[in-house]
Ligand binder design. Structure first.
Ligand SMILES: Cc1cc2nc3c(=O)[nH]c(=O)nc-3n(C[C@H](O)[C@H](O)[C@H](O)COP(=O)(O)O)c2cc1C
Length: 233
């Protein structure tokens, strides 16, 4: 029969189990400040800032439409902030040594300032697009102070085909883990995306919106369990 249109990895997971400082370290919401008053009521001023890397720049991109759907499905206390990756130069050790690219500096600063990262990626030739890999490469350097190190990363992507970008998400997760990031165990790959997403608007399929909302909420819950929260300005 048909492949499922939406795939998520199994099992459903709501905490970032392998992240430094994850559940099991003895830290509680009160000790890390989510519930600063200690009265059991989460502090509403605290937002989770998620830097979003989108792997397609083309007009009518299904992955940009997926990002817009994520914007509409994100919990109120989660801020998804797109970070441009398309103007980054190809990774070059000389450029890095000279710290010569303002775009790279801005990109690294945006990743470093975020509580977490969202990668929204197409699949190219059964892997991740070069523009996404290049961004991860820049964020992984220098190894000793890499902006991506320790960052929880949620991976989602869309394709008009029926393969649900499984290879792209798998490869991206492997690359990110090697770079020191912490890929979230649940992912979302959208197959048949031309039917489920609206490239010119903001009206995704209701089932997809629900899956996105559930995924983003569980990602946010995992971040909160680690105390990754910023006080809103
Ligand atoms: C170089 C190239 C390779 C592709 N390889 C795959 C692939 O391996 N799997 C897949 O599902 N789609 C593949 N596609 C089709 C893309 O999923 C499709 O172009 C998609 O719309 C790209 O994402 P976007 O709409 O966000 O730009 C490929 C497209 C290109 C340009």
């Amino acid at each position: 029969m048909n492949e499922p249109l939406l795939t998520t990895s199994t099992p459903p997971i709501t905490v970032l189990g392998t992240a430094p400082g994850a559940a099991g370290t003895g830290r509680t919401a009160a000790t890390v400040g989510i519930d600063a008053a200690g009265d059991g009521i989460p502090d509403p001023r605290r937002l989770l800032r998620v830097a979003a890397l989108i792997g397609s720049v083309r007009r009518g991109s299904l992955n940009r439409a997926l990002f817009r759907a994520a914007l509409g499905a994100a919990p109120d206390d989660v801020v998804l902030e797109p970070v441009a990756i398309e103007r980054l130069p190809f990774y070059d050790g000389d450029l890095e040594a000279a710290d010569a690219s303002p775009d790279v500096r801005a990109f690294r600063a945006a990743i470093a300032a975020a509580d977490a990262v969202l990668v929204v990626t197409p699949e190219y030739n059964r892997s991740l697009p070069a523009v996404v890999k290049n961004a991860i490469d820049w964020a992984s350097r220098p190894r000793s102070s890499a902006a991506i190190a320790g960052k929880p990363v949620l991976l989602i992507g869309a394709t008009p085909g029926m393969g649900a970008v499984r290879h792209a998400l798998d490869h991206a997760a492997a690359v990110l883990a090697f770079a020191g990031a912490v890929p979230f165990e649940r992912r979302l790959g959208v197959a048949d995306a031309a039917r489920l997403l609206d490239p010119d608007g903001d009206t995704p399929d209701p089932g997809l919106r629900e899956d996105l909302a559930d995924l983003l909420a569980s990602f946010a819950a995992g971040l909160r369990s680690e105390g990754r929260a910023e006080v809103a300005a």
